[in-house]
Design a protein around this ligand. Structure first.
Ligand code: TYM
Length: 334
């Protein structure tokens, strides 16, 4: 197995990233057998589609590297790096721009969401974003890509690009990757709106739980989370049509390992006034060790940079044969 995934280093790691993706990265890393390899990276080249200052970008990469290590990514067992340090990503992206079709990119829901009404004013980078993502995955012949639900369409596009390139050039260069999407936590929703996903780009910080939030902030965000006036139902089936309630019970379930039916049975008939403190406590206890490790790691820029430099060196070696194969298939001399 070649396991690979990425995250944009913009803003804090939040509970959606953690439960939807990072927890799975760590589990897959920890379950690796002989011959398996894990590649995890900070998509800082993708992050140029978001406006930030130079200084903020530099800090963001270190923040996210520290956060991933704090969550359990071990830079010895996994290859942890930032995209910008491995130029093969940008190179393969350009080669794949000859294969990807404008019609395919036009269908990407993430582009439509992010560009909003002003499509003409969106950057070319935002439009071509999924081609760089395809390059990220195909460069390493990744077989398994652990992501949240919102990345499913980008991985389908990755497969389409791989199939078309292989066919057009008459080669068997690229491996078709499979997305690994968790059943329970593939889509953690905003605390303020159960129909919107929890996201770094939501202007309200109350909508998400950041892995750097202190205990009191977490309790407060849970206390203020939107719910409905109904009590908890006896079984999880009773949560249908109650987006906010379903999200909170879902988060409790993923963190505790208890089924949503068992949680409903325990709190049945009680209002959210009783459930929220229990959820808050569970979140505080689950996230505190991660936050403490993060704070310890974040103080040492040089150590974080060294991890990323070493990861980039190993990633570049792994990427080289595929990059060479792509140039060769196209008849380009390097
Ligand atoms: P990004 O940075 O938006 O998110 C990182 C990971 O977190 C997951 N995620 C969620 N899961 C559940 N509920 C949520 N509310 C939630 N919000 C985010 C995402 O699905 C993702 O797995 N384009 C990617 C980064 C990327 C990438 C790649 C991923 C670049 N190249 C190659 C995989 C393979 C992104 O912006 O993720």
């Amino acid at each position: 197995m070649r396991i690979l995934s990425g995250i944009q280093p913009t803003g804090n790691l939040h509970l959606g990233n953690y439960l939807g993706a990072i927890r799975n990265w760590v589990a897959m890393q920890d379950a690796m057998k002989d011959g398996d390899e894990c590649f995890f990276f900070l998509a800082d080249m993708h992050a140029i589609t978001v406006h930030e200052t130079r200084e903020q970008r530099i800090a963001n990469v270190r923040d996210m590297a520290a956060a991933l290590v704090a969550c359990g990514i071990d830079p010895k067992r996994s290859v942890l790096f930032n995209q910008a340090r491995v130029p093969a990503h940008a190179e393969l992206c350009w080669l794949l721009n000859g294969t990807a079709r404008i019609g395919w990119l036009n269908r990407m829901t993430q582009f439509k969401d992010k560009a909003g009404k002003n499509r003409e004013g969106a950057s070319v980078g935002l439009f071509a974003y999924p081609v760089l993502q395809a390059a990220d995955v195909l460069l390493y012949q990744a077989t398994h890509v652990p992501v949240g639900e919102d990345q499913k369409q980008h991985l389908e596009l990755t497969r389409d690009v791989a199939i078309k390139f292989n066919q057009d050039m008459g080669v068997e260069l690229f491996t078709l990757p499979d997305p690994i999407i968790p059943k329970e936590s593939a889509r953690i929703m905003s605390l303020r709106d159960g129909t919107a996903k929890m996201s770094k780009s939501d202007p309200s910080d109350m909508s998400r739980i950041n892995l750097t939030d202190d205990d009191e902030t977490i309790m407060q965000k849970v206390r203020k989370a939107k719910t409905d006036p109904e009590p908890l139902p006896e079984t999880a089936a009773g949560l249908e049509g109650r987006a906010e309630a379903k999200n909170l019970v879902g988060i409790y379930s993923v963190l505790s390992g208890e089924s949503t039916d068992a949680i409903c049975a325990r709190f049945a008939g009680q209002g959210f006034g009783a459930f929220k403190p229990a959820l808050g406590e569970l979140l505080v206890e689950s996230l505190r060790p991660i936050r403490e490790r993060y704070q310890a790691l974040r103080g040492d820029d040089a150590a974080l940079d060294a991890i990323l430099v070493d990861g980039a060196r190993r990633a570049a070696v792994a990427a080289e044969p595929t990059l060479r194969g792509a140039y060769d298939a196209l008849g380009l001399m390097r």
